[in-house]
Each structure stands twice: as C-alpha cells, then as structure tokens.
Design a protein around this ligand. Structure first.
Ligand code: SF4
Length: 394
C-alpha cells in the first residue's frame, strides 16, 4: 500500500474501490500529442472535447484551444502556472496525480523544475504530507531530465526556482535556505553536525524525492521494451508500471545492459552498473486495467492473469484497476440482450454480436469477452480484488 499515515490510509480507502490509487488530480498541463497505440482513445482528449465549452471559465480555460476540428490534439501543450501551488494549499495528506504527460517534449526543463520544487516543498514542510505520481509514456525524456544534474544540483535548482512562489513560515528564510538546511549531515541532540559534508553535501534525505512514485505507462510488449529499461535507470525510491489500457501480453522480464542503482555518497553521483537485471527487480508495483469509453478495445483476461502471476512470483505489488468496458463471460451479470463480443484468435480480436440469452458465455475457459460497460464489469478478477500498491519511503 502507498499509505504512510492512518489518515492517508483512510482517504485512500475511499478511492481504491473505484480503482483509483490517487486522491486528487493536479491539472498542471493541458494538451498532449500521441506517442503509441495506448494513446488512441486518450481520455484527456475526450475530456478536452467535452469541457472546452464548459460554462465555468476556469474549467473552459484548461481545455480550450487544444483540439483540431476533427477532435484530435492540435499540438498545443500548456503549462498551467496558476495551478502550481495547489498541493501547498492542502494540509490533509493526498496522493496527487499529474495525468497529462509531464515529460512532454515541448515542456521546458524549468517547468519540470517548478513541479519538482512543489514536490520538494511537500517533503520538507511538515504541513503538506502529500505523495505524487506523474505517469509518463516519455520514459526517455524522464530519464534524461533526472540524469542531467547531480542530486545536489537538482535540489539547488528546484529550491532556487521555488524561491519565486514557495514561502517559508519564517519570512526571513528563503525556500532555498530552508532546503539547504536539510542538506547538512545528520546532527546530534545539541545540533552538532556529525558528518560534515558541507553545504548541499547531504542529499540522501531529499533525493530521489521521497514522496514521488515513479510511474511509466506501457500498453504492450513493444512499449514495455522501449520504456522499462529507461525507467529502471531513472532514480526513484519506488517505481510502478501502469499497464493500462492493456492491449497485449506483457512479459516483464528481460536482461538489460546498463541498469543502475543510485548512490550519491561523496560529492557527486555514482552510477553502479550491473550486467543484467530483471525488469521485475526494478519495478515495485504493476497497476493494470482495461480500456473505458467510446471505442474501447478489449483486453484478454490471460494478459492480466500473466501479469498478476509474474508479480506474485517476484513479490511485486499488483493492483487491478478494473476491466473497463469489456469483461469475460463469468463477470457478465445480465442474462439477456444483444451485446458486442470479441474472441481472441491468438493474434487479433474477432468481433461478434452475442445474444446473451443464447450464448454459452459463462465458461471460464473461453477466451472471449463482452462489452457490457464499465459499471457492470467492475474490479473482481478471478473472483477477488487485487489492491496492492507500493509504499512511499518517507
Ligand atoms: S501520452 Fe497520455 S495524455 Fe498524451 S496522448 Fe497519450 S494517453 Fe493522452
């Protein structure tokens, strides 16, 4: 579980039944561009279409000007600076999710720095005990961003950019000074520094940010092979794979030539390289689910089953968000009516129309699924819920 306090545990308990692992959305970025098959039915694009005419200007502004006449992303990507402070206004613990891609190629490093400054502020101030997750399909840029500086350089840059909009209780202390105060070595009860590494010399407590869960999305094997090696080379305390919508089987196991562990003793970063690494060893959790909404594509139950079994074998947390629009026959509650059905022929889906009154749709061994809608499909998988999420180190 993500939980680190009883209160956050209580708050999460209210959203997990809906298949959510976050409690608040942080709408920092508007617009995106597709990168792979998983983007074909992007729900943020659908949301932009729906909300660009919203009567409330604050909602409309977030969504207008992003789509072409035919409803596709038009390439506009905006960073919503006015929402940067949102987590700093909330005192109760939350899990904030940034759903638009924070590592989109058109966003400036300085904007990512601003986001990281807020995450850092929540780690160093006691009154904003939040956790953050920023799922990305741009694993390469994410890695390049984190590899572009040493831990001390990152912390300095985030603290410096935060000076402009993050304020400490003591008005005589800048955010940068406050963060620097956390980067001296550990001290005894008299305040004497036990291990003096100088200014910004002790970064372990704050880097990688203890309250940020790394998250990369992969919908099928090609996406996983491209993104997971980048992901496991990126320094995070916890890494979660979001395999949603799951569009094909995923084997989370593969040798990789240059994975790294993070070690920042001394003045810089030392990257420890190992010859091979199982992806599973680099992932702390896998979250998965089917697709929802218009045009949703089915997921084969065996793809979920295989992911779950791989996680069980390797001791990796597994969270099943839900079936989405399609589900296997054993989950179909209605007993009459004609619905879309799909049968996997080993390579692609063969679509049918099924009269439930006549169909033999309750057989568990049939690789067929039915489109009965998200409300009916639910979250039970092989007769039970799968709700494990990795902890945050804080
Ligand atoms: S990367 Fe995410 S937000 Fe961007 S188009 Fe794809 S699914 Fe949508």
């Amino acid at each position: 579980m993500i939980t680190k306090t009883p209160l956050l545990s209580k708050i999460l308990a209210t959203v997990i039944p809906q298949g959510m692992f976050w409690t608040k959305r942080w709408h920092l970025i508007s617009g995106c561009t597709p990168v792979s098959e998983g983007c074909n039915n992007c729900w943020m694009r659908r949301e932009a279409k729906l909300r660009c005419g919203n009567p409330y200007p604050s909602i409309r502004r977030l969504h207008e000007g992003l789509l072409t006449d035919s409803g596709h992303w038009n390439g506009t990507v905006r960073f919503n600076h006015h929402l940067l402070q949102v987590p700093l206004l909330s005192g109760s613990p939350q899990v904030f999710a940034i759903w638009s891609d924070l590592f989109h190629e058109t966003l400036a490093d300085e904007d990512i720095d601003r986001v990281m400054a807020v995450i850092l502020a929540c780690a160093v101030f006691n009154n904003h005990p939040h956790t953050f997750i920023a799922p990305t399909k741009r694993a390469k840029r994410q890695r390049q961003y984190f590899a572009s500086r040493t831990p001390a350089e990152h912390l300095k840059a985030w603290a410096k950019v935060g000076n402009a909009f993050i304020h400490c209780d003591n008005p005589d202390v800048t955010f940068e000074e406050h963060v620097m105060g956390h980067c001296f070595g550990p001290s005894d009860e008299t305040g004497r520094i036990l291990e003096d590494r100088g200014e910004w010399g002790y970064t372990e407590k704050l880097y990688p940010p203890p309250n940020l869960i790394g998250c990369v999305t992969a919908e099928n094997q090609p996406a996983a092979e491209e993104r997971i090696p980048e992901f496991i080379m990126t320094p995070f305390h916890r890494r979660v794979l979001l395999a949603e919508p799951l569009l094909g089987p995923l084997v989370l196991d593969g040798p990789h030539p240059a994975p790294s562990k993070f070690d920042n003793h001394g003045n810089g970063v030392e990257w420890i390289e190992e010859a091979t690494w199982l992806w599973k060893g680099g992932l702390d959790g896998v979250m998965t689910g089917g697709e929802s909404g218009h045009g949703a594509r089915p997921s084969h139950p065996d793809w979920f089953r295989s992911l779950r079994d791989q996680c069980e074998e390797s001791g990796t947390d597994f969270f099943f968000k839900g079936w989405g629009e399609w589900t296997p026959g054993e989950n179909v509650r209605r007993t009459s009516g004609v619905v879309d059905g799909a049968v996997w022929d080993g390579d692609s889906w063969f679509y049918t129309r099924e009269n439930l009154a006549n169909a033999d749709y309750h057989r568990d061994d049939q690789p067929d699924v039915y489109r009965v809608g998200k409300k009916e499909t639910g979250r039970l998988f092989d007769g039970r819920l799968h709700d494990d999420l990795p902890e945050v180190c804080q």
